[in-house]
Design a binder for this molecule. Sequence first.
Ligand code: PEP
Ligand code: MN
Length: 335
Amino acid sequence: MLVVMDHNATKEQIDTVVKIIEGRGLTARPIPGGQRVSIGILNNTGPVDTSLFAGLPGVKEAIAVTRPYKLVSREVKTEDTIVDVGGIKIGNGSLTILAGPCAIENEAQAFTIAEKVKASGAHIFRGGAFKPRTSPYSFQGLGEAGLEILSRVRDKFNMPVVTEAMDYETFELVEEHADIIQIGTRNMQNYTLLKRAGLSPKPILLKRGMAATVEEFLMAAEYILERGNNHVILCERGVRTFVDHSRNTLDLSAIPVIKKESHLPIIVDPSHAAGKREQVLPLSRAAVAAEADGLMVEVHHDPSRAMSDGAQSLYPEQFDVLCRHAAAVYDSFHL
Ligand code: PEP
Ligand code: MN
């Protein structure tokens, strides 16, 4: 249930509603909006009597929330959430570009790629320090040394950085270095990690599980908001299907569905969806046309020598074309 307050409700009136909710052993979660505050009621096992709030000073209405996800839903918050990362806004109607290598390999590699992607128009640098790899024999990432390189990329190129936290144990370390903490597809339903992310002051980039429905995806995001972290960016990165012409199948229809169901920004990672370099440009154009809030793209200056995901990494010149095409598609419907 959601108690919607009048736009001119006072702090005392809001506190009174919170006390009534808490007095019933439930959790009250005030959600500030542009026009008015709404108060979500969480942890109720059955319906809450709306008459408890009807007629209380400052209360506009009490409405039932029909979806299983509450805090992430449009029912609870109608305006779009804008995630601000060092002045770069994701979800404000602009197109945000995140780019960089799959993995941080060494400082020279990271600096070379950062310089190139920045020159092409990327806003945020990506790069894994802790890498989830299918094979235990594959490069696992530089770990803490990779995080330190990322911090130097931020300082040198004045770009926020996003990197993955793979487990609860290393979350704090990643949190110290990252501007956005990524939770990868394999961890979308790692509830211990999601709860920890919910306590972080840093924005979280939550990637869709490779076999997750949109509802499961939004329920995973709900774990993060439920703990108090509202700065969540969703990322569609393709789902596992029967096809073998691409690594995964980019689910473009998830974008309008998620935008209807949730106020959270949704970006697209065409690289992990495709698995093949030649598909990344057309998928990127399509994602922008479907009104994604951003793109996250893997780029490497020497993909044939990349220590992970070389086959799907764009050459910097291809990324430059991608940025121009993405801007042109975006402009075509933002006239
Ligand atoms: C990544 O973005 O580095 C990554 C491993 O992606 P995913 O979790 O989507 O496979
Ligand atoms: Mn990768």
